[in-house]
Structures are given as structure tokens and as C-alpha cells.
Design a protein around this ligand. Structure first.
Ligand SMILES: [Zn+2]
Length: 276
């Protein structure tokens, strides 16, 4: 993990990587307490984030029970019965109303994610939409911060534009809430994608990941990696694994392998619809 130009880092709640290449610890929930005590902080935002996390914990537990009652996940042959993951993509537009990328450009990353999750965990993606928001996005949405800073911005209400465009969840739904992938312009630091894990049903990916004409930034694995975090997967130390934290196109792109234990984690996630 050298800090040379062109090295792109996908950072998220699992760990962050600073510009000098040193690893920072993951955020702590004490961050919420700290920011709640800070000036200008929205207690309502903290309550909302804590509420959504508590809801996620409950739904994950319900989804795990549902999966266990239907059939042990390990007993489902990979080539016959698949879980379904609903995914929606939102493409933001810049200050001039110009979309940051196109649905066609995002398609290879979605196919890569579908292939990786289907092969490694019998999970198929169901794309519920690849939508472009024509309304110019504010700077906080176009160029968000990452990791704990994104969490704090979410608490402070700086992600309001983004959340306004997220899919509305049925109040009584237990499984199958879609994960929304938001295509943003830039993410602060050397990060190219970010997920807040179970505290949010959305992830962010930088637009230049999808530009095939820019080989030093084009990376079809980042969207799949962030979806993995949205489904509660932590980082993995093996470069061939989908959850390896660093990916450096064009010559050192992370792999897309998944371990059986990662498969087990995925199968009890609330976003997945189990096989019927
Ligand atoms: Zn990551």
C-alpha cells in the first residue's frame, strides 16, 4: 500500500487509510456521543442514526431467524437456490445539472458485483433502477467526506439531499430493503467508496470509478466491495478477497473471492430476500 499517485483506496467503516498510508482505527460509537455533545450538532440526527441502526439490528436478527426457519443456508446448493439483493443506483448531477456518469458506464460494475456475489455466496443482484437525479446536487452531496466524518455529517443533516432521494421503505418490511449506491463526484482523501455499514442503507462511490477511458481510476470492484460492507462484511487481509481494503488500478485491482464465513454473514442480512 504505497502512497503513489493512482493508488485508490476504498475506505469505509471497517478501516480508513490516510494519505500517508497509515491505517486509522474504525470509528467508535462514542463518536456519536462526542458529536452529540458538540456545538451545532443535531440531537435529532443522532437519534435518527441510532434509531436506524437499532432497526437494522432487529431486522438482521429477524432475517437470520427467517433464514434458519426456511432452511440452513449451508444446505442450499449454490447452483440451484439464490438469495436476491435489491440494489438501486442514484447518479447525482453537478452544479450545472450535468450527470456525473451514465447508467451504461455503471453497468459493468453492477455485473461484476452480481458475478462475485452469485459465485461466492449464491446472491443475485436485482437492479430496481439506475436513476439520474437531474436536480443539481449541493456540494455536501457531490463531494462528501468519508468514514466517521461521513457518519458525523449524516448526524448533522448534511446528507439530507441524498436521503431525500432514497427509496422509501415499507414500515413493516422485514427483508429485502434495497441498498442504494450513490454516485458522487469526489470523496475526501484517497478514498473512492464508502459505506456506513448497518447504520445506513446507502453507500457512495466516486464517479471516476466508472470511466473506462481512465485506466488509473476505473475499478469495477469498488461497487461490489461497498455492497459487501452494506451487508455487514468487514475487511479481509487477503488481496484476492472482495473485502480487501485497497484496490489500485490498473495493475493491482483487488480480487472478488468470498469465504464460506462471509457467505454465512451475507445470508442472514436483512437486505437479502431468501430463496422461496
Ligand atoms: Zn472497505
Amino acid at each position: 500500500m504505497s502512497p503513489d499517485a493512482g493508488t485508490d483506496v476504498s475506505a469505509d467503516v471497517g478501516a480508513d487509510v490516510s494519505p500517508d498510508g497509515s491505517a486509522e482505527p474504525a470509528f467508535r460509537w462514542t463518536s456519536i456521543a462526542a458529536v452529540s455533545a458538540g456545538a451545532g450538532t443535531s440531537l435529532g440526527g443522532a437519534a435518527r442514526v441510532l434509531g436506524s441502526t437499532a432497526r437494522a439490528l432487529l431486522l438482521d436478527a429477524a432475517a437470520a431467524a427467517d433464514t434458519a426457519l426456511r432452511r440452513p443456508a449451508s444446505a442450499i446448493p449454490a447452483n440451484r437456490r439464490s438469495f436476491t439483493l435489491p440494489v438501486r443506483v442514484l447518479i447525482l448531477s453537478d452544479e450545472n445539472g450535468r450527470p456525473l456518469t451514465t447508467p451504461d458506464a455503471v453497468a459493468p460494475s453492477l455485473e461484476n458485483a452480481d458475478r462475485a456475489l452469485r459465485t461466492g455466496a449464491s446472491v443475485r443482484l436485482r437492479i430496481t433502477g439506475v436513476d439520474t437525479i437531474d436536480e443539481p446536487a449541493p456540494a455536501a452531496a457531490l463531494d462528501p467526506r468519508s468514514n466517521r466524518r461521513l457518519l458525523l455529517d449524516d448526524i448533522r443533516g448534511h446528507t439530507a439531499f441524498l436521503r431525500r432521494h432514497l427509496a422509501r421503505r415499507p414500515a413493516l418490511s422485514v427483508v429485502g430493503d434495497p441498498v442504494t449506491v450513490v454516485v458522487v463526484r469526489t470523496i475526501a482523501g484517497r478514498t473512492t467508496g464508502c459505506s456506513l455499514g448497518m447504520s445506513a442503507d446507502w453507500v457512495i462511490c466516486q464517479a471516476n470509478l466508472f470511466d473506462a477511458s481512465s485506466p488509473r481510476t476505473y475499478d469495477e470492484t469498488v461497487l461490489a466491495h461497498e455492497l459487501g460492507h452494506a451487508l455487514n462484511l468487514p475487511h479481509h487481509h487477503n488481496r484476492s478477497n472482495l473485502m480487501f481494503p485497497v484496490s489500485s488500478p490498473p495493475d493491482d485491482v483487488r480480487g472478488t473471492a468470498l469465504h464460506p464465513w462471509q457467505r454465512a454473514v451475507l445470508h442472514v442480512n436483512r437486505h437479502l430476500v431468501p430463496p422461496s
